[in-house]
Ligand binder design. Structure first.
Ligand code: ASP
Ligand code: MG
Length: 420
């Protein structure tokens, strides 16, 4: 019998009624002749609520205890889901991450899976049961402690189970019909794509598309797991995330448009244009642990031999990086720093860019015609990203989506939830 791993996110199991609906869906898969293993997220916004609760107790919750707290969210949903399946007359057993053999590194809040030994899951399947596994959590052998994989980590749980159990497919159930050419909440004319490659999915996720956890995509690519992203509210086929499109299928020039409002821009003004200064600045930034995204250095003004260096980073890292740079201002010798947290990042992604000239020109023309200014530009082989004003991002996404001929005939259906 072939095995299917199914993952249900928080919005799919938000209340008792939804849990029953998901249970019927799982049972239908079982009835169609498959073994089923399920990874489940915490109900609705439970994880956020637990984080809030911890912060009502203390500003800096102990990482070990925070993981203890957050993993309870998935224990609630897994137990209720197992009960729901049993009430439909099928055998089901729930397992915590550690019971399911999810072995991770010790790092609380951001543990990585190092090994999966799903012996108990196999036993359950051998007994004819449906196995339900708590998403987003694991266990470290050395510290003997419970860990979490980071926010959104249930996708990674599902993919890791699919790899370890050699599943036919890993189905990720969500509140939209699949992967779209843009977030349908922002671009109503977005349409579902049937297939997307791992490479494109990684670029889209990095560009701010919230469909799949980026680590889940990396894991799937490394282990050759086919992912099927589909709606838990409808029966239609969703989007398959695959290795490549094969020889006969032409790659679309643009597969998707993504937007991201989570970044800020720091400009270091009046930097002496001599070797070593950029190295100094970015060593200071790296020392704070912040990840930077785009970097732009201006041509230096001839009269002064001073230049400006701008870079983008996560808004949440802004404060600490500013502080570290100010401390080093005299030593590095720059004039000033500017911080701008009202920026938007627009990205277009598509494997076909590799073999098609003029994609940048088309993108820039669309933005120009809409009167939207670009402040920074960066490219990879299959992606172009530009920084705009924050308030221009929605319109920018809509005009670019139209300019590349991605607009569908009808508005997309959004079933529930907030995008996760
Ligand atoms: N419940 C966790 C979170 O909200 C894990 C997940 O949903 O994937 O981050
Ligand atoms: Mg969640």
């Amino acid at each position: 019998m072939s095995l299917i791993v199914q993952k249900f996110g928080g919005s799919s199991v938000a209340d008792a009624e939804s849990i029953m609906r998901v249970a019927r869906r799982i049972v239908a898969t079982r009835e169609s002749g498959h073994d089923v293993v399920v990874a489940v997220s915490a109900m609705g916004d439970t994880t956020d609520e637990l984080v809030d609760l911890a912060h009502q107790i203390t500003d800096v919750p102990d990482p070990r205890e925070l993981d203890m707290l957050l993993t309870t969210g998935e224990r609630i949903s897994m137990a209720l889901l197992a009960m729901a399946i049993k009430s439909l007359g099928y055998e089901a057993r729930s397992y915590t991450g550690s019971q399911a053999g999810m072995m991770t590194t010790a790092q609380h809040g951001a543990a990585r899976i190092v090994d999966v030994s799903p012996d108990r899951i196999r036993e359950a399947l051998d007994d004819g049961a449906i196995a339900i596994v708590a998403g987003f959590q694991g266990f470290n052998r050395d510290s003997k402690d419970i860990t979490t994989l980071g926010r959104g980590g249930s996708d990674t749980t599902a993919v890791a189970l699919a790899a370890a159990l050699d599943a036919e497919v890993c189905e990720i159930y969500t509140d939209v019909d699949g992967v779209f050419t843009a977030d349908p909440r922002i671009v109503p004319k977005a349409h579902k794509v049937d297939r997307v490659t791992f490479e494109e999915m990684l670029e889209l996720a990095a560009a701010g598309a919230k469909v799949l956890h980026i680590r889940a995509v990396e894991y799937a690519r490394r282990h050759g797991v086919t992912i099927h992203v589909r709606s838990s509210f409808a029966d239609t086929e969703g989007t398959f995330v695959i290795g490549d499109r094969g020889e006969n299928m032409e790659e679309p020039i643009i597969t998707g448009v993504a937007g991201d409002l989570s970044e800020a821009k720091i400009t270091v003004i009046g930097v002496p244009d001599i070797p070593g200064k950029a190295a100094e600045i970015f060593t200071i930034v790296a020392g704070t642990g912040a990840n930077i995204d785009m970097i732009v250095q201006n041509v230096s003004a001839q009269a002064t031999a001073l230049t400006d260096i701008s870079f983008t980073l996560s808004k949440t890292d802004g404060e600490k990086v500013l502080k570290a740079l100010r401390v080093a201002q005299e030593k590095v010798g720059f004039t000033d720093i500017a911080f701008d947290d009202n920026i938007g990042k627009l990205s277009v992604v598509g494997g076909g860019m590799r073999t098609n000239a003029g994609v940048s020109a088309q993108l820039f023309t669309a933005l120009f015609e809409a009167g939207i200014n670009m402040e920074m530009i960066s490219t990879s082989e299959i992606r172009i990203s530009v920084i705009t004003r924050g308030e221009d991002l929605t319109r920018a996404m809509q005009v670019v989506h139209a300019a590349f001929g991605l607009d569908g005939d009808a508005d997309a259906v959004v079933y529930a939830g907030t995008g996760r």
